[in-house]
Structures are given as structure tokens and as C-alpha cells.
Design a protein around this ligand. Structure first.
Ligand SMILES: NC(=O)c1ccc[n+]([C@@H]2O[C@H](COP(=O)([O-])OP(=O)(O)OC[C@H]3O[C@@H](n4cnc5c(N)ncnc54)[C@H](OP(=O)(O)O)[C@@H]3O)[C@@H](O)[C@H]2O)c1
Length: 316
């Protein structure tokens, strides 16, 4: 099968032939139709997780996919060969399997049936970003009537977080440039704050002088520049990227929360796929590329200015 993989530690990814993985207990082998990209894919390719989890090579890139079940391992009962599914390769030792391949081996706990009304491309865009949006919303315990700031709202996770918050009856303040305002409003944002202008916290306080109830931060890397000042005392913060000094800064500001790791298990992705199929959740796929241009998609994502999701078409 063709797979975009890192042949050995430190080497550049290449699209070349590898053996089809053999299905093992508790695993599902799928014929991949489409694979969604995430910033994590670039991190894995660069070896960013080598200190955390063992890696085995050749290492196939990509975590999200949609496709058709080819075979199931012992103990897998909720899907069978021929089913159309959406799935994710959970972060577990060793890091080796991936979805940027004609066939992918996925843990059964992260494989859900794909509703018929959802395209493979939209389904492939959902798992990690959708699950991460749900995880951050749960972490800040966003309630109807509250105001939540989503910092980094324009990318993959933000596109889902803004919609899911608005659907809960939460007032959403989203960051984005002037050209993003219309798109973010359509997704459900009430106020759009330009993060390339004045400090975000100041702009938010100009509209909400008492501060917002919570911050979902998808963009900050340092607490010193994170818009913590937008949040009222006692408010909550959930961050997805690694934010230096966050714990101390939260304590100092009288806020609670911290960083978290999302898990795209089927209990989360299945219901999101149903919502996407019934039209209550839009999957904002902004770029679709053929398999032989997957590295272009990864490079664009690495540049840090994604809008919505990028999906790679693997097989017809
Ligand atoms: N912990 C987990 O489980 C988990 C899961 C999923 C994702 N993540 C992480 O969460 C982050 C977001 O993921 P994603 O998939 O949404 O990434 P993405 O699709 O690459 O989007 C990132 C967005 O952040 C915006 N941004 C960058 N710097 C900003 C700033 N200073 N202020 C406001 N916005 C800014 C970018 O827009 P501009 O061009 O306007 O800057 C871009 O739209 C990534 O770091 C990812 O690795 C973690």
C-alpha cells in the first residue's frame, strides 16, 4: 500500500510502498478513503513525542480517517467488514500506525460508524478536532447564558468549538482577523476580536467589562501573552497547546483550569458524526488535496494559519 511515512528516526516523510498492516486483537483495519490533518501530524513527523512515547519505524503519519472496514480483530463487535466508518489512531505506545495510507489500523475504541449522509471527506475532518472542541467545552463547563472567549477560533478545533458552544446557548467571543469575521459569525460567534490588533484581553474587556466566564485557548504558547485578562475572577480556562507558565498565571489571576489532552474515542466522535450528518454541525473543510500532495497540506498547517480543516483524499 502507499503510505506517507517516516522511514527512520530523523528522516523526512516520504510517500512510498509499505506492507498492509495485519489486523490484531481489538483493532480495525480500514481501507482509507480520506484522512484529516492535524497539527499533531507535524509534531509526530518531527519527533516531538519521542521523549513521551516509544516510536517504531517505518512510522506512518496521520491520525484521523474515514473509510471502509476491511477486517476486524478478535473482540471487535460493533463494526464489520464493509461498514463505512470514521476513526482515529489514539496516542498509545508504540507510535507507528497512521491514516495517511491506503489501509490503516485503528483501535476499535476509536472507530465509529459513519452516517450515510456524511461524506468521507467531512467525516475524516472530525475526530481529533471535534473531540478536542468537546473536551475544552466540558473542561470549562460552559453553561447556557455564559460568555466564552475562544482564542485561535479560526483553525480546525475552533471551527467546531464555536459552533458547539453557540448550540449550547453560550455567547461566543472568537478571535480572528477582519477577513474571518463573517465566517466566524456564521459559525455562531457573537463578537469577533482581531488578534492581530490591540491585545485580545483589552478588546474583550471593552465589550464585556466584567470579563468573560471562560477562555478556551487554542493558540497561546506562553501564559504571559495568553488573554487571561479577559476572564473574570473565578472563571475557567482550558488550553490545548502547551502554554508555558500557565499553572502559576492561573493561580495568580484567580482562575482555574489548565491544559488538557483530547481523546477521540468513538463515544465522542460517533455523536459528532451524527450531528454533522443531520446538519446541526458544519464540518468546515477548507482544503482538499490528493494523496500525492499530502506533504503540501502538512506544510501549510505547519505555517500556523489554517482556516478550518484540511483533508487528504486517499482512495476513491
Ligand atoms: N491537546 C490536545 O489533545 C489537542 C488536540 C487537538 C489540537 N491540539 C492543539 O490545539 C491547537 C489548535 O489546533 P487546531 O487543529 O485548531 O490548529 P490549526 O487548525 O492549525 O489552527 C490554529 C489557528 O490558531 C490561530 N492562531 C495562531 N496564533 C494565534 C494567536 N496568537 N491568537 C489567535 N489565534 C491564533 C491561527 O490563525 P491565524 O492565522 O489568524 O494566526 C489558526 O487559525 C494546536 O496547537 C494543536 O496542536 C491539541
Amino acid at each position: 500500500m502507499r503510505a506517507l511515512h517516516v522511514p527512520a528516526a530523523g528522516q523526512a516523510p516520504q510517500l512510498a510502498e509499505l506492507p498492509i498492516p495485519e489486523v490484531t486483537d481489538g483493532q480495525v483495519l480500514i481501507r482509507v478513503k480520506a484522512a484529516g490533518l492535524n497539527p499533531l501530524d507535524n509534531g509526530v513527523a518531527a519527533g516531538a513525542l519521542t521523549g513521551m512515547l516509544p516510536h517504531e519505524y517505518p512510522l506512518i503519519l496521520g491520525r484521523d480517517a474515514a473509510g471502509v472496514v476491511e477486517a476486524v480483530g478478535a473482540g471487535v463487535e460493533h463494526v464489520q467488514p464493509g461498514d463505512e466508518v470514521i476513526g482515529h489512531v489514539l496516542l498509545a505506545p508504540p507510535i507507528r500506525q497512521g491514516t495517511l495510507a491506503e489501509f490503516a489500523l485503528l483501535p476499535a475504541e476509536a472507530v465509529a460508524l459513519k452516517p450515510a449522509g456524511l461524506s468521507f471527506a467531512a467525516a475524516a475532518a472530525l475526530p481529533l478536532a471535534g473531540a478536542a472542541a468537546v473536551a475544552t467545552i466540558d473542561a470549562v463547563d460552559a453553561q447556557p447564558g455564559q460568555v466564552v472567549l475562544v482564542n485561535g477560533a479560526t483553525g480546525g478545533v475552533g471551527s467546531f468549538a464555536v459552533q458547539l458552544l453557540a448550540a449550547r446557548g453560550v455567547t461566543v467571543v472568537a478571535t480572528g482577523t477582519a477577513t474571518d469575521a463573517e465566517r466566524l459569525s456564521q459559525l455562531g460567534a457573537t463578537t469577533v476580536v482581531d488578534h492581530t490588533g490591540e491585545p485580545v484581553a483589552e478588546q474583550v474587556r471593552a465589550v464585556y467589562p466584567d470579563g468573560v466566564d471562560a477562555l478556551i485557548d487554542l493558540a497561546s504558547t506562553d501564559a504571559a501573552t495568553a488573554p487571561l485578562g479577559a476572564v473574570r475572577k473565578g472563571g475557567r480556562v482550558a488550553a490545548l497547546s502547551s502554554v508555558a507558565g500557565l499553572e502559576d498565571a492561573l493561580a495568580e489571576a484567580g482562575l482555574t483550569g489548565g491544559g488538557l489532552l483530547a481523546r477521540a474515542a468513538r463515544e465522542v466522535t460517533g455523536p459528532l458524526a451524527e450531528q454533522a450528518a443531520d446538519g446541526s454541525l458544519a464540518v468546515d473543510v477548507t482544503t482538499v488535496l490528493p494523496f500525492d500532495r499530502a506533504t503540501e497540506g502538512l506544510a501549510a498547517l505547519a505555517a500556523g494559519h489554517a482556516r478550518g480543516k484540511t483533508v487528504i483524499t486517499i482512495q476513491d
